[in-house]
Design a protein around this ligand. Structure first.
Ligand SMILES: [Zn+2]
Length: 340
């Protein structure tokens, strides 16, 4: 890592000498490691977080985020604790939480829900581009090339591009940016306990609430902590249009976590909380549901509801300004059965 930093500094100096005005290099990702309780840590990569338990015989790590972060984390774990990562437990297969596991493949076994492997498989070759990709296909050839790609299709083209032809076809776009997701060695159905160095960790399936069909939470019983991702965030409003189309299933999957025995809630997104923080996230969804339902019953439009359903009690939550109106739209669609 040190060599990389030196090399990058050299490039910045070279650029500054050759080009005027000086181009300020973008800052790297924000990374940190904080101890939650004895032996249990939360590591950050910008807005994404993982959690890991250190034992005498190695580390049990929940989620990997991406290859660059995993390489950094592997070095940090080695230098701080001097033990290898022995298990990687996946919350779910999505690209922004599950890429990078190959970094740990020399020492770790990988565990995920039994629905996980099928989500890594490419769909049939004639699968059309999904809507968010089709709108980028300027030349209409059914593929996204590097000149057409924007956003995550541009940033992660190499993670979509299974056949390595430099383009994203419909099957690749539909599967997602999963090229660096290491498949699990072990899958489980409902619940599995991993023991290492005299400690135990449980991974529990929380049901299909439609964010994905392979979502699990990781419980650290001795540490009285739980790690949960995406379908529960803490101190942050739900992602955009909520990413669910089965509201009762979503609420039940949240309640399932509330039934667990823990004091520390360590989310993939947002801030560390406790059991009441998990309940608060559910209460947000329930209040949103009730107020949007009342508005629909009163004949209000989506635009009117986005004005009136202000969810003021949550105004200090992360992304309240940007995502609350999208949350209202998502809830409106959920309650009126509009396609998500
Ligand atoms: Zn996700």
């Amino acid at each position: 890592m040190k060599a990389n930093r030196v090399a990058r500094t050299g490039l910045i100096i070279a650029a500054a000498v050759l080009a005027a005005p000086v181009v300020v290099a973008q800052d790297g990702p924000t990374r940190s490691i904080v101890e939650l309780t004895d032996g249990l840590y939360r590591a950050q990569n910008n807005n994404h977080h993982v959690t890991f338990l250190v034992t005498d015989e190695g580390v049990i790590l929940a989620d990997t985020i991406n290859t660059e972060f995993s390489e950094w984390l592997k070095g940090e774990i080695q230098s701080r604790f001097g033990v290898p990562v022995r298990y990687v437990l996946y919350s779910h297969h999505h690209w922004d939480h599950a890429n990078g596991g190959g970094v740990f493949a020399d020492t770790a076994q990988f565990i995920a829900h039994e629905n996980f492997p099928a989500n890594l498989v490419l769909p049939p070759a004639d699968t059309p581009l999904p809507a968010n990709a089709a709108e980028l296909d300027a030349n209409g050839d059914g593929q996204i090339d590097s000149s057409e790609a924007t956003g995550n299709f541009a940033n992660s083209l190499h993670l979509y591009d299974v056949d390595g032809d430099g383009m994203i076809n419909g099957a690749e776009a539909t599967r997602g940016a999963l090229n660096e997701v290491r498949a699990p060695d072990i899958v489980f159905k409902d619940r599995m306990t991993v023991t290492l160095g005299g400690k135990s960790v449980d991974i529990l399936y929380v049901g299909n609430m439609q964010h994905t069909d392979d979502m699990s939470v990781v419980l650290f019983p001795e540490e009285r902590a739980v790690f949960m991702v995406d379908y529960i965030s803490l101190g942050r409003v739900p992602f955009q249009t909520i990413a669910a189309n089965r509201l009762d299933a979503l609420l039940n999957s949240i309640r399932m976590v509330e039934f667990l025995d823990f004091d520390i809630a360590s989310p993939g997104h947002g801030v560390v909380g406790d059991k009441s923080s998990v309940a608060a996230y559910r209460h947000y969804l329930e209040q949103l549901r009730d107020e949007v339902a009342a508005g629909i019953a009163a004949g209000m439009s989506v635009e009117q509801l986005q004005e009136s359903v202000t969810m003021d009690a949550y105004s200090d939550w992360i992304n309240y300004e940007n995502w609350r109106p999208l949350n209202v739209l998502g809830m409106y669609n959920l309650l009126t059965n509009e396609p998500y």
